[in-house]
Design a protein around this ligand. Structure first.
Ligand SMILES: [Zn+2]
Length: 381
C-alpha cells in the first residue's frame, strides 16, 4: 500500500487507510487519506456520476428524462441510497463526502437542465416542422354540396307544372289494395295487375303503392265536384329484378286535371309545353297508342332524343326517340270512383318518372348510381 508524506507509515491506522486520487475532492488534486468506507462511497459517487451522464445522453424524450431523474436524483434514487451510508462515517469524514456528493448532485442537476432544455427545443422544432405551412402550395378546391339529381329533376317538374296552375298533392306510400288497384279499374284477378309486381305488407289488403295513380282517387275524393289540377309526386315500390334501368324504389310524378270540356288536346298541349320547358324549346313529340286500365284512350309520349337530337345513340337505343311518359283521358269509371259525374266532367292524367328524366337529361347510363351515395355522380352534371 503506497504511503505519502502526510501519513506515518506503520501508524496503527495504516491498514485501514488508503491514498485516493480524486479530481473532485475539495476541488484540488491530491492524495488524501481516507478509510475504506470513504473510498467506497466516493467510488460509488464517481460511478453514479458516470452512469448517470451516459444514461442522460441516451434519454431523448421528456418521459425518459423523467425516468432518469427518478432513478438517479429522486428521493428513492441511487444518489440518496449512497448518501444513506453517511451515517456510518465519523464526523470528520462526513464533510468531504458531503461536499463531493453535493458536487455530483449539482453537476447532474446542471446536466439535467441542459438535457431538458435540449429536448424541449427538439420537441418544439418537431411540432413547428409538422405544423408548418408551405405558403407556396396551391389551394385545395372546396367540395360544395349539391342537390341529388332526382331532387333537381323533381324541383324542375314542380316549377313547370305549378306555373301551369297545378297544385302539388301528397298521398300515402302505403296504400290499400282498393286504392292501388280496384278503384283504378283493376279488380282482384285482373290481368293488368301483372304489370306491377307488388310488395305486400303482412296486413291483408295493405301494400306499398306500385304507382302514384292511387293519389288520383285521393285528390278527386277530396275536391269533387270542384275542377282540379294536381301533380302527385312521390316514391313507388315494385318487386323488380334490379338492373341498369330498374330499381325496386323509384320516383313518379302523377298529373291529373279534371273539369268540364277537358279534351285530349289539353293533354297534348300541357305535355308538349312541359317537354319544351324541361328539355329545351323546339322538342319534337310523338304519341303512341297504349293501354292503362285507368285511362281511355291511353298513350305513350316520346320526345326526340335530347342527347343525339334524333340521330340515334346508345341512350335512345338508336331510335332517335326517348320514351317520356304514359298518359290518357281519365276512364269514366275512375272519374265516378273519384266522385265526378262522367257525363259532365272529363279529365286527363299522366305519369312520368323523374329518375328516368334525370337519366336522359344528364346522359347517365345506370339508375343504380342514384342510390350508391357516391358524390362523384353529382359532379357529372
Ligand atoms: Zn339518342
Amino acid at each position: 500500500m503506497p504511503g505519502c508524506g502526510a501519513c506515518a507509515s506503520g501508524d496503527a491506522t495504516a491498514d485501514s487507510q488508503i491514498s485516493f486520487s480524486l479530481a473532485t475532492a475539495g476541488g484540488k488534486k491530491g492524495l488524501i487519506h481516507m478509510n475504506i468506507m470513504q473510498q467506497d462511497i466516493l467510488q460509488q459517487l464517481e460511478q453514479l456520476q458516470q452512469d448517470a451522464q451516459t444514461a442522460l445522453i441516451l434519454a431523448t424524450t421528456t418521459e425518459s428524462v423523467r425516468d432518469w431523474y427518478s432513478e438517479y436524483l429522486s428521493r428513492k434514487g441511487r444518489l440518496t441510497a449512497i448518501l444513506r451510508n453517511l451515517g456510518n462515517l465519523s464526523a470528520e469524514e462526513r464533510p468531504l463526502i458531503g461536499k463531493v456528493a453535493n458536487e455530483v448532485k449539482s453537476a447532474l442537476e446542471q446536466a439535467l437542465q441542459e438535457r431538458q432544455a435540449a429536448i424541449a427545443q427538439a420537441e418544439l422544432d418537431a411540432i413547428r416542422s409538422a405544423e408548418s405551412v408551405d405558403i407556396t402550395l396551391p389551394g385545395r378546391p372546396q367540395n360544395l354540396g349539391k342537390l341529388h339529381i332526382t331532387t333537381r329533376a323533381l324541383r324542375d317538374i314542380y316549377a313547370i307544372f305549378t306555373a301551369m296552375g297545378f297544385q302539388i298533392y301528397d298521398s300515402p306510400e302505403v296504400e290499400t289494395d282498393e286504392y292501388n288497384f280496384q278503384l283504378l279499374n283493376m279488380p282482384e284477378g285482373h290481368p293488368a295487375r301483372d304489370m306491377w309486381d307488388t310488395f305486400y305488407t303482412t296486413t291483408p289488403g295493405l301494400l306499398l303503392r306500385t304507382h302514384t295513380s292511387p293519389g288520383q282517387i285521393h285528390a278527386m275524393r277530396e275536391y269533387a265536384p270542384e275542377p282540379i289540377r294536381v301533380i302527385l309526386p312521390g316514391k313507388c315500390y315494385r318487386y323488380e329484378a334490379v338492373d341498369a334501368s330498374h330499381e325496386s324504389m323509384f320516383y313518379q310524378v302523377e298529373g291529373l286535371a279534371v273539369g268540364k270540356h277537358i279534351t285530349f288536346s289539353d293533354l297534348k298541349g300541357v305535355l308538349i309545353n312541359f317537354a319544351n320547358q324541361m328539355y329545351g324549346e323546339g322538342r319534337k313529340a310523338r304519341f303512341r297508342k297504349s293501354y292503362f286500365p285507368f285511362t281511355e284512350p291511353s298513350v305513350e309520349m316520346d320526345i326526340d332524343c335530347v342527347l343525339c337530337g334524333g340521330k340515334g345513340c346508345p341512350v335512345c337505343k338508336y331510335t332517335g326517340w326517348l320514351e317520356m311518359l304514359g298518359a290518357g283521358m281519365v276512364n269514366p269509371h275512375v272519374l265516378q270512383n273519384g266522385g265526378y259525374d262522367p257525363a259532365e266532367f272529363s279529365g286527363f292524367a299522366f305519369g312520368l318518372g323523374p329518375d328516368r328524366i334525370a337519366l336522359q337529361k344528364y346522359g347517365i347510363d345506370d339508375i343504380r348510381y342514384f342510390f350508391t351515395n357516391d358524390a362523384r355522380l353529382l359532379d357529372r352534371v
